[in-house]
Structures are given as C-alpha cells and as structure tokens.
Design a protein around this ligand. Structure first.
Ligand SMILES: Nc1ncnc2c1ncn2[C@@H]1O[C@H](COP(=O)(O)OP(=O)(O)OP(=O)(O)O)[C@@H](O)[C@H]1O
Ligand SMILES: [Mg+2]
Length: 212
C-alpha cells in the first residue's frame, strides 16, 4: 500500500514545523509504523537533529529540499507506511511540491493573530493545489499555546477567516521540546509520560483521523 504523506508547512519561520514533524514521526514509529522523515528545508534542521544523536534515530531522516519532491517521493517512500515532510520557511517551489506529494498538510501556527496572518502564503498554495487535488486535507495546528489559557478572541477570529479548520489538539509551550531537541531526542525519549508527550499523542490521533 502507498504510504500516507503528512507535511508540516508554513512560510513563517520558527512556528514549530521541525519540532512537530519530528515528534509526530516518532509517535508513529512508536506505533510500529515504518516512518520516513523527509527534510525539505535547505537549512537541514531535521538532518542536524538526526546527526546529533548518539544512538541511531527511531526513523530514517533524508534531505530532499527540491521542487521535484513530489516526483521522487513515490519511489523513495515506497517501503514506508508514513512519510512526514518537514517544510522550509522559504523556498516556495519546494512547498508547492510538498503539497502535491501530501495527503494531509498541517500548518503550525503560534497563537498570535500575526502568526495566523503570516500563513497566507501557504493557505493560497493549498487553495491552488485543491484545484488538482480536491481530496487534499489541510488543518492549522496551534503550537506553543500558553498553558491554561483560552485562545484569544483575536486569534480565533483570525483563524476563522480561513477555509481551513483548526485541529482540536494544540501543543503547549514547553521547555521540554527545546531541551529534547538540543540532545537530538524527542520528548518520548526523555519523558514519555509527560503532558508534552500526551499532547503529541492526541495530535497524532487527530491527524490519523484526517486520512482519507
Ligand atoms: N511547543 C513548543 N514549546 C517550546 N518550544 C518550542 C515549541 N515548539 C517549538 N519550539 C522551539 O521553537 C524553536 C523553533 O521551532 P522549530 O525549529 O520547530 O520551528 P520551524 O517552523 O521548523 O522553524 P524554521 O522555519 O526555521 O524551520 C525551536 O527552538 C524549538 O525548540
Ligand atoms: Mg524547521
């Protein structure tokens, strides 16, 4: 069976594409799925993460920051159950190619209206791709939510302006994400029962429910 392809994309930098891609990949690998992480960012952050590990990564990470991603992925990913694409904050052509390659596009946003507005580019690209791929699924994922706060009304109304839903599972601002990354790990390795890990599990459950 062909793998399911999820992409974390947003032209806005630093919103959590790499963090969420690595954690979702690890969560799926822990379900005994064969997972491939495709680093589509020329910065190579996910590759750096894999290189900084002392133990082998729980899933392979390959660099493919190319506009031909959608053409190469079927061959490259044929032995996997799931492929996670970590997008670049810049390269437009690669984002377009990643959308073409994907079943589900996830757009991490921080809970600020400025961040929501900055995702205009990716929302436009998704709109454009839906002409050819009417079954393409897309959703916003709130990342770095401040714990125990409701989403501000300004953020909610900014999100409501888009024809793309917001996932119920948000990921909170937690130092553990940065700490685990510094050691080339995920929160599953340093604190698998921590609420940070539970939030990722909920996110994974929700995005698996989006698979057509
Ligand atoms: N939920 C979170 N809680 C705390 N820190 C976080 C969280 N998500 C991401 N970070 C931190 O924010 C920084 C940016 O995250 P990340 O690199 O995942 O974003 P990105 O969208 O991939 O950035 P870029 O656009 O540069 O590729 C990193 O230092 C990361 O550790
Ligand atoms: Mg990144």
């Amino acid at each position: 069976m062909a793998p399911v392809v999820f992409a974390f994309l947003n032209q806005k930098g630093g919103v959590g594409k790499t963090t969420l891609a690595l954690h979702v990949a690890h969560a799926l690998a822990r379900q005994r799925q064969r997972v491939l992480l495709v680093d589509a960012d020329p910065q190579g952050s996910a590759l750096d993460w894999a290189d900084s590990r002392t133990l082998g990564a729980p899933f392979p990470v390959v660099g493919l920051p190319k506009a031909s991603l959608h053409k190469e992925l079927p061959q490259l990913g044929r032995d996997y159950h799931a492929i996670i694409i970590d997008g670049s904050p810049r390269v437009y052509d690669v984002a377009r190619s990643a959308i073409l390659a994907s079943h589900v596009v996830l757009i991490p946003v921080q809970p600020s209206p400025y961040d929501v507005w900055a995702s205009d580019h990716i929302v436009d690209l998704i709109d454009e791709a839906r002409i050819y791929k009417p079954d393409l699924k897309a959703a916003f994922v709130i990342n770095r939510r401040i714990m125990n706060t409701a989403l501000g009304r300004d953020v909610k109304s900014a999100l409501a302006d888009y024809p793309i839903p917001v996932l119920k599972s948000a990921v909170s601002q937690r130092i553990l994400f940065a700490e685990s990354a510094a050691n080339g790990q995920t929160v599953f390795e340093i604190a698998p029962k921590h609420p940070a890990a539970q939030e990722i599990q909920s996110l994974v459950k929700e995005i698996q429910g989006l698979i057509p």
